[in-house]
Design a binder for this molecule. Structure first.
Ligand code: FES
Ligand code: FES
Length: 164
C-alpha cells in the first residue's frame, strides 16, 4: 500500500506492506536510525518517537496508522546540522548517556514532557521516562539532564554549578 508520512516536517510517499511497523518504516525506508529497536514489543521504549507531539512506541504502530499525523524523530529535534537541542545538550553535560542506546527515546520522552509542562517536578520527570528502560541504569543523570534542560528552556541559562 502507498502511504504519505510526515516525518520531521517532510512528507514522504512510501510503499509499505500493511504490517510494516512505524519503527521499521522510519529505520529501513527513511534511513532514520535514531529510533532504536530494542524489545520490539512495547516494553523497553527504545523506539519512542513523537506522534502529533505525544511520545509513542513506534514498534507498536503500523506505519499506515501514521498517515495524516506529524511524526518527529530524534533527527528532527536539532536546531541545525551539527547542533544540539537544549535537551541533547543537557544530556551531554550531566552525563545522561552512557552507551546511548536508550538516549534518543529518553530525549523524545523529555521533549513530549517539556512541551506540555515547562517546569516539571522530579516526580513528573521520573513518571515521564518511566516507560523507557536504560540498560546502563543512568536514571539519576537522565533525570538531572531533563531538569537542567527544563530550566534552560524556561530562560534560566546559568552554568549548572550556579543552579545547584
Ligand atoms: S522497541 Fe519498542 S518498546 Fe522496545
Ligand atoms: S545509556 Fe545505555 S541504555 Fe541508557
Amino acid at each position: 500500500m502507498r502511504i504519505e508520512l510526515n516525518v520531521n516536517g517532510t512528507v514522504h510517499e512510501i510503499e509499505v506492506e500493511p504490517r510494516t511497523t512505524l519503527l521499521d518504516c522510519l529505520r529501513d525506508r527513511l534511513d532514520l536510525k535514531g529510533a532504536h529497536a530494542g524489545c520490539e514489543h512495547g516494553v523497553c521504549g527504545a523506539c519512542t518517537v513523537l506522534f502529533d507531539g505525544a511520545a509513542v512506541r513506534s514498534c507498536l504502530m503500523f506505519a499506515a496508522q501514521a498517515t495524516g499525523s506529524a511524526i518527529t524523530t530524534i533527527e528532527g529535534v536539532t536546531p541545525g546540522p551539527g547542533e544540539l537541542s537544549p535537551i541533547q545538550d543537557a544530556f551531554c553535560e550531566t552525563h545522561g548517556l552512557q552507551c546511548g542506546y536508550c538516549t534518543p527515546a529518553m530525549i523524545m520522552a523529555a521533549h513530549a514532557l517539556l512541551a506540555g509542562n515547562p517546569a516539571p517536578t522530579r516526580e513528573e520527570i521520573v513518571e515521564a521516562i518511566s516507560g523507557n528502560i536504560c540498560r546502563c541504569t543512568g536514571y539519576a543523570q537522565i533525570v538531572e539532564a531533563i531538569a537542567l534542560a527544563a530550566e534552560r528552556m524556561r530562560g534560566v541559562n546559568r552554568p549548572r554549578s550556579l543552579t545547584e
